[in-house]
Structure formats: structure tokens, C-alpha cells
Design a protein around this ligand. Structure first.
Ligand SMILES: *Cc1c(COP(=O)(O)O)cnc(C)c1O
Length: 436
């Protein structure tokens, strides 16, 4: 199983390792006649803008998650913006967020007049480092955004303990991690509120769509009032509205969204979502089998480490969205991750070094004056200046040399997976041959 892969590296003119046709190995989402029929029904009924199907999808999704409330969104970015507002993030406040994630995990905080205080990540999980959170909490910190990066569950126990101690909300960005487990519990069910993308390229992929989940009715009602104008105060499963929410009777705002946002999900997406949900567990189970097979084949190869929780931890990678591997250059004579990836690409695998770029160094979080106030938005509402320069988040800043993308298999096909694993093994075992 772990025999060495000999042969001249392809980058030096040797034969390519990957030669088989991968077929539908990488195709995602899996769309069948049932999805097509569900979407066609919406089109033929002219029901794209209603909420009847979305409400069914919300109820089914909430049940699958084991949560009291779910609310559909036009995209993940807006579900996150609403979650931040629902948690009380406002002008002059702060949100703590990992320095490496997709920008939508935190950028909407600026539109609320809040600042983002970026924390470092853990080298093994690529998720927010629980040890880099508490010292960042100040009097105006309202929430901690955690991102289960590429499906790897954040270490929620210490994060929740810190948040409870300081009376700060925890928002889970579940965009990569629908179906991931943290010690047996679904990601998105552990913090105060979960929000996520369901965009066509994600793990749960149904178009341009998003979802919010929570067990707190107050947070649900605030999300409704913020961007679902036609549902504010309307008779529903959860209404009549509790007057203690927002300290006012939300009914009086019915008809106009408090945030001025329109967050409704297109029902071609919710119709597809209902179908996708039926098969999701079975499909990610096959992905898990395939991805674990890939990493089992590479166990013990110098320089390479699986990006997955320990097998007996009760934690999983869910749908392994945008799967990555970890890189240890010191075990490969200092070969850079970029040069390593170049050699693996020559073997026939499209891999690239790094992951999302470091957000704390981006000019949007240093200079951008979104409100035309003559000052960067990060400091224009009386926030503490929490801007951070190069060198402040060392693990985030090193990701270009500590991780790389790997094939995201959707089917457990051993012969094909073995070829891809062999490409990584071949280069790692002959790292001294790779042109520097
Ligand atoms: C994709 C993504 C989002 C944004 O979701 P959209 O549906 O594209 O708006 C937010 N957070 C993370 C971590 C993402 O990967």
C-alpha cells in the first residue's frame, strides 16, 4: 500500500503519474432529473419570488440540523450580515474573526460601522486559534465569528467557554461545513447562530443562496425584521412576535426591512435545496470515504500531513469543501510549497500553494472610507484602532508555505484516487530532485 513511487519526476521530463480519465469524479453538485423537475415546477408555476417552497426547505433544513429555526437567504454573505446585526453588532463595536477566511465572513461588519479584530489560526486546523481570542476582547466586542475552514470543525469548547465568560455571541460561518461534526455535534449548532453560503461551488450547492440557523427565537425574529420585510409580524409558525425583542413591537415595522435589505431566497434554489438535502448525507459519506482513502495512502510521507481531525475524535470534515493538505518544508530540505506544487502539477494534479489570502493586511481593513467620513471605516465610528500590519498573525501569514489544495473527490474510486496520491508521494519522496 505504501510502496515508494519510483521514476523520474515529470517536471524533469519523466512520465506523468496521473493518466486515467477521472470521469465524473470532480463534478459537483450532483444534479439529477429530480432537481431538474423541482426547478422546472417553480418556473412553470411562476413561483420564483414566493416563499412557500423556501419555508418548506427551511423547515426541513432546521430539522436536519436539529435546530429550532432556519431562514433562507439570497446568498451566504447576506446571511452573515444579518447574523452579525442580530447579535447586536453596531457602530463602534468589534467583531473577532480569523485572519484567513473568505472575505464574506467579516466584511459586512464594516457596513454596520464596526471594526474587525483579526485573530490568528491554528497550523493544524487552519481554523481560528482559541488561544488568540480572549486578549482581543474589549468593552465593545459583540461577537466572535468562527469559520469551519474547508470543513474542519473549529475547536468550539474553549471558544464557547471564552464567549460565555465575556458575554460575547458566537457566530458560526458554516459555508464550508454543512454536515461536519465537532465531537459528534453538527457544525452550526454550537454557537448562538449559524450562517452559511449555499453557492453553486460550495459543499451544499444550490445556486446563489444562503441559510441562517439558530435555537434563539430572538435572533431569528431580528433576522426576519432586518431583511425579510414581508415576513415581519406576519402570522407564521413563530409569530406573534415577542415584544421584548429589540425592546419594541417588531410588528410596527412590518412591511419595511429594518436594515433596508431584501434577503429572500430565489425559489428555484430552495426547490433544488429540498432535493439536495435528501441525498446530502449519503453523498458526503462517499466524499469522506474517498478523501480519507487519499490521506491514508499518504500516511507517513515526509513533508505532507492530512488536514483532518483525528479518527477517534468524533469530528469530521463534512463535505471536505475545497480540500487542502498541510505542508512541512523542513522535512523536505526546505523546498518551498510553491515549487512543490509546481512539480505535482507536472505530474497531472492541479494543486496550488496557500489558501485564502490574509485579510488583516488588505487595504479594505486599513484605509477604505466606505461612509465618506474622511477616515477609514475601521476607525470612523469611535472603534479602538485594531488594525494590524505584517508580522502580527504569523500562522495566517505563513499559509502560502504551509498548505496547498488537493483534489476534491466526490466518489470513492480507489484506482483513480491512488494515482492522485502517488503524484504527491512521488514528488515528496524525491524532493531533493525538484528544481528550486
Ligand atoms: C462563500 C463563502 C461566503 C459567502 O457566501 P456567498 O454565498 O458567496 O455570498 C462566506 N463565508 C465563507 C467562508 C465562504 O466560503
Amino acid at each position: 500500500m505504501t510502496r515508494a513511487v519510483k521514476g523520474k519526476l515529470a517536471i524533469l521530463g519523466g512520465p506523468k503519474t496521473v493518466t486515467k480519465d477521472p470521469g465524473k469524479m470532480f463534478r459537483w453538485p450532483i444534479v439529477t432529473r429530480e432537481d431538474e423537475q423541482a426547478v422546472l415546477d417553480v418556473l412553470r408555476r411562476g413561483a420564483m419570488s414566493g416563499t412557500d417552497i423556501t419555508k418548506q426547505f427551511e423547515a426541513e433544513f432546521a430539522q436536519w440540523m436539529g435546530m429550532s429555526f432556519a431562514l433562507g437567504y439570497c446568498n451566504g454573505t447576506e446571511s452573515l450580515r444579518a447574523a452579525m446585526w442580530a447579535c447586536g453588532l453596531g457602530a463602534g463595536d468589534e467583531l473577532i474573526c480569523p485572519g484567513m477566511t473568505y472575505w464574506a465572513s467579516c466584511t459586512a461588519a464594516l457596513s454596520l460601522g464596526a471594526a474587525v479584530n483579526f485573530a490568528d489560526i491554528e497550523a493544524h486546523s487552519l481554523c481560528i486559534d482559541p488561544k488568540d481570542i480572549e486578549h482581543r476582547i474589549g468593552p465593545r466586542t459583540k461577537a466572535i465569528m468562527v469559520v469551519h475552514y474547508t470543513g474542519y470543525p473549529c475547536d468550539m469548547d474553549p471558544i464557547m467557554a471564552i464567549a460565555r465568560k465575556h458575554n460575547v455571541k458566537v457566530i458560526e460561518d458554516v459555508s464550508h461545513a454543512q454536515g461536519s461534526l465537532y465531537k459528534g455535534r453538527k457544525c452550526g449548532t454550537i454557537g448562538d447562530i449559524g450562517a452559511m453560503s449555499m453557492m453553486a461551488g460550495k459543499s451544499f450547492a444550490i445556486g446563489e443562496a444562503g441559510m441562517m440557523v439558530t435555537n434563539e427565537r430572538q435572533l431569528f425574529e431580528r433576522c426576519v425584521a432586518y431583511g425579510h420585510y414581508e415576513r415581519t409580524g406576519a402570522a407564521s409558525l413563530y409569530n406573534p412576535v415577542d415584544k421584548s425583542i429589540l425592546n419594541v413591537d417588531l410588528n410596527k415595522y412590518a412591511g419595511i426591512p429594518l436594515g433596508g435589505f431584501k434577503h429572500r431566497m430565489n425559489q428555484t434554489c430552495s426547490a433544488m435545496g429540498r432535493v439536495q438535502l435528501k441525498y446530502y448525507e449519503a453523498r458526503i459519506a462517499e466524499i469522506q470515504a474517498a478523501m480519507n482513502r487519499f490521506w491514508d495512502l499518504l500516511e507517513g510521507v515526509p513533508g505532507l500531513r492530512a488536514h483532518r481531525p483525528a479518527k477517534d475524535s468524533g469530528s469530521t470534515m463534512g463535505g471536505w469543501y475545497a480540500a487542502h493538505g498541510l505542508y512541512r518544508p523542513e522535512e523536505l530540505g526546505g523546498l518551498s510549497c510553491a515549487k512543490f506544487c509546481e512539480a505535482v502539477r507536472a505530474e497531472g494534479v492541479p494543486t496550488h500553494p496557500g489558501a485564502n489570502f490574509a485579510l488583516h493586511l488588505h487595504p479594505v481593513f486599513h484605509e477604505a472610507d466606505i461612509f465618506n467620513m474622511g477616515k477609514p471605516t475601521m476607525i470612523s465610528f469611535g472603534q479602538r484602532d485594531v488594525r494590524q500590519g505584517t508580522g502580527s498573525l504569523p500562522v495566517v501569514e505563513n499559509t502560502g508555505n504551509s498548505c496547498y489544495s488537493i483534489p476534491w473527490f466526490k466518489h470513492d474510486k480507489p484506482a483513480i484516487i491512488r494515482e492522485y496520491a502517488n503524484a504527491f508521494r512521488k514528488v515528496a519522496e524525491q524532493a531533493d530532485q525538484v528544481p528550486r
